[in-house]
Design a protein around this ligand. Structure first.
Ligand code: HEM
Length: 469
């Protein structure tokens, strides 16, 4: 890779003598030090065009693909841009430190995400077939049910943090049922998976718990198959090994979480803070599904996919790429590429051609499930708590912003405790992860399509209450 001229992390030239933040000696932006991704990407785009050289943890070079067209080209050309990280020259030359925080994302594993061609089709085919059995109607019942259960857990106090108490647990509760977990066992997966994704000190122990729960699930589903992902993976013609089944269940859980939590959190943040966004929703200029697409354009859950590896020397975006180079697919930059969106303030009106779900052979197979969880979940939450308002000034909402993601840390809200809380769930005020699920079964034999018990009638429309605010 050539060494370009200096540029600061925000895209501006640093004043003489100023040690520019986020910039290495050779003038390259260091990804781990980026705190304002949008400005940094625009600076890089101005300096280098659609593909820019950057440094990763340990000052290892990589290419940041910023252009919309260039991202699509990389995503859609697996023969030239492989998903197999074992091709990475930094791995081959032993330059990746053993404690690199990138390793969980780039260390090769026998999963569909690291495979190409036939092997990818074999593994992914099983996951896609397994997910295709869940229709929107069945999903809706589960999302409604778990939304009510979560509100019953935090609602009595009239206050909550919508990230911790709602956006984080909801997708996992729903997806644990898709996997085949029974209502009483699903929560066993939620806290440990969240813990391992937070990378806390107990992450290794939590990982062991998740593995054990999934192994038990697979063993059980071999004896009592149902209409769920675990059973489909076990029975699939792709003939997955038991380890492959467990690992693809874990992948599904983690991938669903990462994509969906941020989508819910960002959309709720905008509803609570952005007058224009709220006005468009309440005035009928934008439906909730359209709003979700807008969020996926402007705040993609996964800001950058790490990544693809060049299978031979090539050129893209005017840069010479060597065989084994790593390309980071910067969705956040691609979605606001001026060639694609000259004016980012213009609403996209439900246009789905953003790259938040990627494209090509690895395009997210769970996008519609994520959309259904976010759409139904937010609609139901706002219906139960129509007068919900932020409990802190908007400026106090912390936002984590880095190259990997941009997301609200917390969304503290206040609301009138729902009068029918007792109907929502008997365990009023109990902490979310600790409470048993309502339709708790004695054995793990409740298959996915069995709908939860009937739910009470909805309160008045939250759209109307948005209007009155
Ligand atoms: C709307 C929320 C979601 C977003 C924004 C999202 C985003 C993504 C992205 C960006 C990728 C990477 C693709 C690549 O490497 O090019 C991905 C892969 C994947 N996602 Fe999602 N995802 C979401 C929801 C889900 C859900 C709900 C599931 C499962 C129920 C899921 C399962 C997967 C799987 C299995 C992969 C790996 C696919 C492969 O490599 O072939 N995702 N997702």
């Amino acid at each position: 890779m050539t060494t370009p001229s200096p540029i600061s992390a925000d895209g501006l030239m640093p004043p003489p003598g100023c040690p520019a933040h986020g910039m290495a000696q050779n003038g390259l932006v260091r990804l781990p030090e980026i705190t304002d991704p949008a400005r940094t990407y625009e600076g890089l785009r101005k300096q280098y065009g659609p593909v820019a050289p950057v440094l990763l943890h340990g000052d290892i070079e990589a290419w940041m693909v910023l252009g919309y067209r260039e991202n699509l080209e990389v995503m859609r050309t697996p023969k030239l841009f492989s998903r197999d990280s074992r091709l990475w020259n930094a791995f081959i030359e032993n330059r990746v430190p053993a404690d690199s925080p990138l390793l969980p994302m780039v260390a090769w594993q026998p999963l569909c995400v690291f495979a190409d061609g036939e092997e990818h089709a074999r593994l992914r085919g099983a996951v896609v077939d397994g997910l295709s059995q869940f229709n929107r109607r069945g999903m809706r019942k589960y999302v409604t049910h778990y939304t009510r259960q979560l509100v019953a857990g935090f609602g009595a106090g009239g206050a909550a943090d919508l990230v911790r108490n709602y956006a984080e647990p909801l997708p996992m509760l729903v997806v644990s049922r898709l996997l085949g977990m029974s209502p009483d066992k699903g929560p066993l997966l939620v806290e440990p998976t969240l813990d391992l994704l937070r990378g806390s000190e107990t992450a290794a122990a939590s990982n062991a718990v998740v593995t054990q729960v999934l192994q038990d699930l697979v063993a059980y589903k071999k004896t009592a198959p149902g209409d769920d992902l675990a059973s489909r993976l076990i029975q699939h013609e792709s003939q997955l090994t038991d380890t492959e089944v467990v690992e693809h269940l874990r992948l599904t859980l983690v991938a669903a979480h990462q994509g969906t939590v941020n989508l819910i959190a960002h959309t709720l943040r905008l509803i609570l803070t952005d007058r224009r966004f709220r006005g468009n929703l309440s005035g009928g200029h934008m439906t909730l599904p359209d709003a979700l697409e807008q969020v996926m354009w402007d705040n993609p859950s996964i800001g950058t996919i790490p990544g693809r590896w060049a299978t031979s020397d090539t050129t893209i975006g005017g840069q010479h790429i060597r065989k084994g180079d790593l390309l980071m697919l910067c969705i956040a930059a691609a979605n606001v590429d001026p060639e694609q969106r000259p004016d980012v303030s213009v609403p996209m009106h439900g246009n789905r051609s953003h790259l938040a779900l990627s494209a090509g052979p690895h395009e997210c197979p769970g996008g519609d499930i994520g959309r259904a969880i976010a759409d139904t979940g937010i609609d139901e939450l706002m219906s139960i708590l129509p007068d919900m308002t932020l409990a802190v000034p908007e400026t106090e909402i912390g936002i984590t912003s880095n190259w990997l993601t941009t997301r609200p840390d917390a969304l503290p809200v206040r609301f009138t405790p729902p009068r029918s809380l007792g109907d929502l769930h008997p365990a009023q005020g109990a902490p979310v992860a600790a409470q048993p699920l309502p339709a708790a079964a004695a054995s793990p034999a409740v298959p996915f399509p069995q709908p939860p018990a009937a739910v009470p009638a909805r309160p008045r429309s939250w759209w109307r209450s948005l209007l009155s605010r």
